[in-house]
Design a binder for this molecule. Structure first.
Ligand code: IMP
Ligand code: MG
Length: 176
């Protein structure tokens, strides 16, 4: 299947790279200590990898963990319920944590993750997302760092998928 030629570029590789560099610069000055970056799988993998390398170039030394969350388990649990498919291994108590995800939409995923890490004693939980979709919030949660405001359309690429396709695209696009 050729799954690239029907995608219109919304945010190019160069635009993303510049924005990620800005976000790392902001993080550098955020006074974070003993930082643990927690990337929310699967959609954040490309953004997290770029952001972490940018943080490194700016002299930061975060540790990295992954959590895999699903907003439903096929056919068994209703939509809106969050399930932990893979948990982090580190103790977060007393630590600064940066949660990294692809899109903040309803907010359910990140609200769940933030509450979880806060309940485990994290000192501070920041949220960094590549995209934010406006007027979609179902729960109260705010991102501290946002790459771009997304139009209210389904986007793919840069880690984001539709039915497991398009995650590999180095840009963010819209299926035509
Ligand atoms: P929510 O904020 O809990 O609604 O979850 C947002 C999650 O839904 C993101 O992390 C993505 O995995 C997924 N998602 C939302 N909108 C899109 C989209 O336009 N394209 C691809 N995935 C999306
Ligand atoms: Mg996701």
């Amino acid at each position: 299947m050729s799954a690239q030629h029907d995608v219109k570029i919304l945010f190019s590789e160069a635009e993303i790279a510049a924005r990620v560099e800005d976000m790392a610069e902001t993080l550098k000055h955020a006074g974070l200590q003993n930082l643990l970056v927690v990337a929310v799988l699967k959609g954040s993998f490309m953004f997290a990898a770029d952001l972490l390398r940018s943080m490194h170039r700016k002299g930061m030394q975060p540790q990295v963990e992954f959590v895999h969350l699903s907003s439903y388990l096929e056919g068994t649990v209703s939509k809106g319920h969050i399930t932990i498919l893979k948990d982090i291994e580190s103790d977060v108590s007393g630590r600064d944590v940066l949660l990294v995800d692809d899109i903040l939409e309803s907010g359910r995923t990140l609200a769940f993750a933030k509450d979880l890490l806060t309940a485990r004693g994290a000192k501070r939980v920041m949220i960094g997302v590549m995209l934010e979709k406006p007027n979609k919030r179902a729960v109260q949660v705010q991102a501290d760092l946002v790459g771009f405001q997304s139009p209210d359309v389904f986007v793919v690429g840069y880690g984001m998928d539709v039915a497991h396709n398009y995650r590999q695209l180095p840009f963010i696009g819209i299926i035509e």
